[in-house]
Design a binder for this molecule. Structure first.
Ligand code: NZQ
Ligand code: ZN
Length: 391
């Protein structure tokens, strides 16, 4: 186990009806005027907007509504949000939605406190030194943004999707009521299941050796997600299943399952070029295509870990004489599960051909400036090979 620092300061309010306390919670923190940030309208359709604004009014919190965040949130809207916060002397941001809304709020919060283009954070040219506080009401179990230190946005100029990590990105509090996810459709539920699994799996397949304790936490989490995922797809109003997914989503990306490990989110890096370039691709759907391809590319370089994964997660039998068969069985089981919850496992299902592989790989190397350190180094050539295995 490597040395590590574990710091996850977000206060979680978890469970039925908790969102109705939002006004009181914000008041207790001492804020009076907030930006109410949301997405394309799902919260107006399902009545959540009404409930949240009532709670704020009852607590005497004044708010400026600012909606319109698109999935794969955009830099241009972030800039509008920064101007609005300054004009209205906003004290904190309440983000109500999925990962896209939360991430948009995080970048606005950092951007308000700087005097340069906030894209510099994503390019890692500058780091935030201060930020407005962000609170969240989560409506979709997937990104883990409600506890994570990341924020991912897309710059429409050049269609680059980039994330940056900062302790300023950790929300002050997150209200997680699994009931709020009942209205998430099957497709987005499936995307969420894959994303949650991937946040833990990217850490599971670490280059660090001797990580048994953290591996076991990861395996328990992933097995719970597999079972809860099946239940939530069958019955969207299964509270226990929705609750398991929601809590797993937060724990998957708050660094718990990466403690003591060197973490390389290589499938995420490869996926961000996909949903950055093809804006209609949902992040989870992109991952469900990329991960099996990455496994097929990589399994021979860490057969023991791929066998462990197959045996412990998918109950495959260990073939001592031919361990590669066990590893392949694990890969097949993963693909089968993704398909069973309605997720794509080939680019053709997303109507994407090979015409942009070269450009995606070029972008993923930050135009020749980096490689991905994995069981074998992934440079531009290997990236293209992995994209080819997605076909
Ligand atoms: O915009 P609205 O109308 O709210 O609709 C959304 C959107 O269309 C809808 N939705 C959300 N909650 C709903 C609902 N529909 C019905 N009922 C509800 N309760 O779902 C659609 C997708 O929402 P989005 O926020 O885009 O999904 P998700 O939570 O999967 O977030 C994806 C974004 O998060 C980033 C991804 O790259 C992507 O941009 N990620 C952020 C991370 C982080 N900050 O730590 C880590 C992740 O790896 C990921 O990269
Ligand atoms: Zn993700």
């Amino acid at each position: 186990m490597n040395n590590f620092t574990f710091y996850t300061p977000t206060k979680i309010f978890f469970g039925k009806g908790e969102h109705r306390r939002v006004g009181e919670i914000i008041k207790n923190y001492g804020f009076h005027k907030i930006l109410l940030h949301f997405g394309g309208g799902s919260i107006k359709k399902n009545g959540l907007y009404q409930e949240v604004t009532e709670s704020l009014q009852q607590a005497g919190i004044s708010f400026v509504p600012f909606g319109g965040v698109e999935p794969n949130p955009k830099l241009s809207l972030v800039k509008k949000g920064i101007e609005l916060c300054r004009r209205e002397s906003i004290e904190m941001i309440l983000a109500v939605g999925g990962g896209s809304v939360l991430d948009s709020a995080k970048v606005i919060a950092c951007g308000v406190k700087c005097d340069f283009d906030p894209w510099a954070f994503s390019l890692k040219k500058k780091a935030p030194k201060d930020a407005l506080k962000v609170g969240t009401i989560l409506t979709l179990s997937a990104s883990g943004s409600e506890m994570s230190s990341s924020a991912v946005i897309t710059n429409e100029e050049g269609w680059l999707k980039r994330g940056f990590n900062s302790e300023y990105n950790r929300p002050l509090f997150s209200i997680c009521n699994p009931e709020l996810t009942y209205t998430v459709d099957k497709f987005q539920t499936g995307c969420g299941i894959v994303d949650i699994m991937m946040h833990t799996l990217e850490r599971y397949f670490s280059v660090t050796e001797d990580t048994e304790m953290t591996d076991r936490i990861a395996e328990g989490l992933i097995k719970s997600v597999i079972a809860a995922g099946e239940r939530a797809i069958k019955n969207p109003e299964d509270y226990e299943a929705r609750a398991a997914l929601m809590w797993a989503g937060s724990l998957s990306h708050n660094d718990l399952t990466g403690a003591g490990k060197e973490v390389m989110m290589r499938c995420h890096q490869l996926e961000h070029e996909l949903s950055g370039m093809y804006d209609f691709v949902a992040h989870g759907a992109g991952l469900s295509v990329i991960f099996p391809a990455w496994m097929k590319f990589m399994y021979k370089n860490r057969l023991d870990k791929f066998c462990q994964y197959a045996v412990r997660i998918w109950n495959c039998e260990l073939d001592y004489a031919h361990p590669e068969q066990t590893a392949l069985a694990g890969i097949q089981a993963t693909e089968g599960y993704f398909q069973s919850i309605g997720m794509p496992t080939r680019l053709s299902q997303l109507h994407i051909d090979d015409s942009k592989f070269e450009e995606m790989a070029e972008k993923c190397t930050f135009f020749g400036k980096r490689v991905l350190n994995d069981y074998v180094t992934i440079g531009k050539k290997e990236m293209i090979e992995i994209y080819q295995l997605c076909q």
